[in-house]
Design a protein around this ligand. Structure first.
Ligand SMILES: [Zn+2]
Length: 160
C-alpha cells in the first residue's frame, strides 16, 4: 500500500471536487468518512468516497471515547467494505477546516494506538481566506521500528 517509493496515488478530478466540496458544505464542522481505491501494479486510483453520518457534529478533533472500540470498529468496517463493495483499498479520511494538511496531535495519537494505518486529510476551499481545496494522505507505521515511519502520500489529480 505504501512504503514503496514508486507507488503513485491518483484521484480523478471529479472525485477530488466532490470530496473537497462536501468538506466545504459541512463547514465549520469537521467531517469524516471512507475513501476507496483500486490497486493497480504501481498505483492506486481513488474510485469513490462516503461520509460518515454523524449525530454529534464537531468543529474540532475529538479523542475516541473508547480506543479499543475505535480500533475494533475500524477493522470491522474496513473488512466489511472490502467484501461488500469489492474494493482493494479502504482509507479513512476527515476534513481539516483550518486548512492545515499536517496530522493533528489527536490524529497522531490514533495512528500510534493503531500502530499502522493511513489517514487522508481533506481541505475544503474557503475563498474568503484564499484557502484552496486540497487532499493529502499520511502513512504511519511503527510496527517494525522504534521511531514511527511517517510518509506523506501526494495525490495526483487526473482528468478522466
Ligand atoms: Zn486531523
Amino acid at each position: 500500500m505504501s512504503g514503496v517509493k514508486d507507488f503513485r496515488y491518483l484521484i480523478p478530478e471529479s472525485l477530488f471536487q466532490e470530496i473537497t466540496q462536501k468538506a466545504a458544505a459541512e463547514l465549520p464542522n469537521l467531517i469524516h468518512g471512507w475513501l476507496f481505491a483500486e490497486r493497480k501494479e504501481n498505483f492506486g486510483i481513488c474510485t469513490k468516497f462516503i461520509m460518515n453520518p454523524d449525530l454529534r457534529k464537531s468543529k474540532v478533533h475529538m479523542k475516541p471515547r473508547s480506543w479499543m472500540r475505535y480500533k475494533k470498529s475500524k477493522i470491522y468496517n474496513m473488512r466489511k467494505f472490502k467484501q461488500e463493495l469489492e474494493v482493494d483499498i479502504v482509507w479513512q479520511w476527515h476534513s481539516h477546516p483550518s486548512g492545515n494538511d499536517k496530522l493533528h496531535a489527536i490524529d497522531k495519537r490514533i495512528l500510534k494506538y493503531l500502530s499502522n494505518g493511513v489517514m487522508i486529510i481533506v481541505i475544503p476551499a474557503i475563498p474568503e481566506k484564499e484557502q484552496k481545496p486540497h487532499l493529502v494522505g499520511w502513512y504511519y507505521d511503527k510496527r517494525y521500528t522504534k521511531k514511527p515511519i511517517i510518509e506523506k502520500m501526494v495525490f495526483e489529480i487526473i482528468s478522466e
